[in-house]
Design a protein around this ligand. Sequence first.
Ligand SMILES: Nc1ncnc2c1ncn2[C@@H]1O[C@H](COP(=O)(O)OP(=O)(O)OP(=O)(O)O)[C@@H](O)[C@H]1O
Length: 240
Amino acid sequence: MLSVIDVTKKYGKLIANDHVSFEVHPGDISILLGPNGAGKSTIIKCIAGLLKFNGMILINKNENKSLPAKRDLGYIPEMPALYDMLTVWEHMEFIARAYSLTDWKDRAEMLLERLELDDKKKKLGSDLSKGMQQKVSICCGLLPQPKVILLDEPLVGLDPHAIKELKNMIVEYKNEGAAILISTHMLDSVADFWDSTNIMMDGRIAAKRTRKEIEGSGENLEDLFFKITEKEKSTVGEER
Ligand SMILES: Nc1ncnc2c1ncn2[C@@H]1O[C@H](COP(=O)(O)OP(=O)(O)OP(=O)(O)O)[C@@H](O)[C@H]1O
């Protein structure tokens, strides 16, 4: 379970996250929506332990910067950051050592095969295309079988096969009880499988819904997104 409790993050005077609170439960796929600059990547980086913030973030009840929390967390960033001088397979080895994984090789092979990287194992990070780097980053994030998974714009730049496989993998992790948070602009791409959503605007959570609530009210996700973000925009405009 992921708990974000009253998180505020400022970059200098700019408030990128303003008292943000939400939860993602085991077995739920939660999507984080919002226009450019709403604060989605910032909260994801706070959860991943990459930024200092005010408030509290718990991963399975452990403070996010603690070792047990880090063991349970998988983070797939918007921009893949590979080591230029490590091969694809060495990236897998690196993660396996960092997480003290045992019996990881078959799993690494399976992940690489599913994302069509099995013939790229000996290639250096610097010799991979942007999409291939993104695929390696996904394999690195998923190798330790995390219980809480953060994906920041995971489908951007992937080919159709990889998009299909990653979506399948996300649903498999959900079915195994992982709590999954996905930041995306591609509403269509997540329409089939999301369970809850938080819509951000100007650093705040402007609306929260479960799928059941939306289906019950007869709205669809896209309508809700525009209703919330366009209304918020005009309200902010009026206040100024
Ligand atoms: N390192 C930084 N230093 C200063 N300001 C930053 C930094 N990173 C983000 N910001 C600002 O914080 C705000 C939120 O940015 P963030 O990247 O979290 O938004 P986002 O919702 O992920 O946007 P997008 O959909 O464009 O990726 C923006 O105003 C952005 O300019």
